[in-house]
Write a protein that binds this ligand. Sequence first.
Ligand code: AHR
Length: 521
Amino acid sequence: MNRRTFVSATAAALLGPRSSRAAEGSATVLLREQIGTISPLVHGHFVEHLGGVVYDGIWVGEKSKIPNIAGIRKALVDDLKRIHAPLFRWPGGCFADSYDWRDGVGPREKRPKRLNFWAGSPMLRKLENHPAKYEPNEFGTNEFMRFVQEAGAKPYLAANLRGMTAREFNGWVDYCNAPLGSTTWSEVRGTPPFQVEFWGIGNESWGCGGDFRPEEYSVEFRRFTSWAPGFGVPLKFIAAGPSGGDLDWTRGFFESLVRKSPGLLRRVWGWALHYYCGTAGGPVEFTTEEHYELLGRAARMEQLIRDHWAIMGEYDRGHRVKFAIDEWGAWHKAGSEVAPHHLFGQIGTMRDAIIAGLTLDIFHRHADKVAMACVAQLVNCIHSLFIAHEDRMLRTPNYHVFDLYRSHQDGMAVRTVFGAPMSGKAPRLDGSASWHQKDNRLVVTCTHADAAEPLAVDLRLEGGAAKEARARVLAGAPRDHNTFEQPERVKPREMAVSLRQDRLSFEMPPCSVAAIEMTLG
Ligand code: AHR
């Protein structure tokens, strides 16, 4: 019997009579088994100049009738503040390795128009003169920084490694970070420094970022990060990591880096694993079997973290390099976009919300390994939190998951054991917990995959007791989603919990994501 089975079995044996209606699940929170602090940055977002993400999603322009802050959609900023959005990665994605940051600075009316990286996709090819096809560069570095500042977040810039030189990259750092008036670029910027710490060195360098082999990319990474002046800001470099289970990419990069000098590990702050769990069925139309199948694929993230981490540890014994999983999500087939230029635009359903909860819980459970993560992408795209077109905007069920999960930020992740039978290929019940020393608070989040039946959950605290508890839940049928006509169809509500010191019981509705907050005694 392994530890997981033992704790579940013990918990099950100790628990009292169960609800006759719902199936049974158990959860144990081991308060003394601390994993690591949950960095707020694992709740980060990704913004690319792709389809309707920037133009129509974020940027509406200063002259727009849509309420805006210096051209930025105000409703979006307001909602992002509410969920404590911590970080935005920009400007790509594949777009980043085609982008010349100098096109997006200086007076807006003088900025050049360029062919967008994604212009050749069948969907955009059909369009005439559209910003998704011909990049107008209205939204450049200053506009992005304004967006980040308004949302109260941090910027993470992805540098063009495929098409630009290390010198030009250094120029962007100068533009962002040099004290005002000290360099020519700082004068063009014309604002106080942006103090950008996080810099991605290329994107998917095994593919759209240059078709490199890992050892070749390692050379480029070293060139770009060698003596890069930060202008007083400690630069944190994120190296382009593997696609899903490509362990050779991880091995090849670290092998080559360490062979040159083990000290070079200090240059890598984050290792950018990308994982899209794909689709099963359509974005909105899918069978129950496809629902479970996709959740099962999403749960693969945990094994990917373990596998790549083990290889990283062969070269980096002290594990100073952590994961920056800067693209993740469920990438569905086309067909549900609300506007013809919303490339990869998809409606988010309750199934996607469970994937969001499942994935964030995995990051929390590996808080010692995952330092940053960005869901792809913020608006009008893959696994988005928002859909916005012209003057209309809605929050998808994913948004509500980020809202439910935000209380984990900065907490100490503690070990949890969840016990319930599988639902098809998906874990029926899973979750994470964090303890917050400041106010002796415990946050537990969990996902319940079953499409039809509720689940009675007995939650036991080992090493503490709760004085009070309150819970919220997001629930619906797997295909449920919000529309412009019914934007509030799926939203969280209060969930009843009954508390007896170290024991809590509650009933998870079918297909649901819950957050329970307890004050410990
Ligand atoms: O998120 C869409 C694309 O997916 C990104 O541009 C790329 O990095 C990835 O392949």
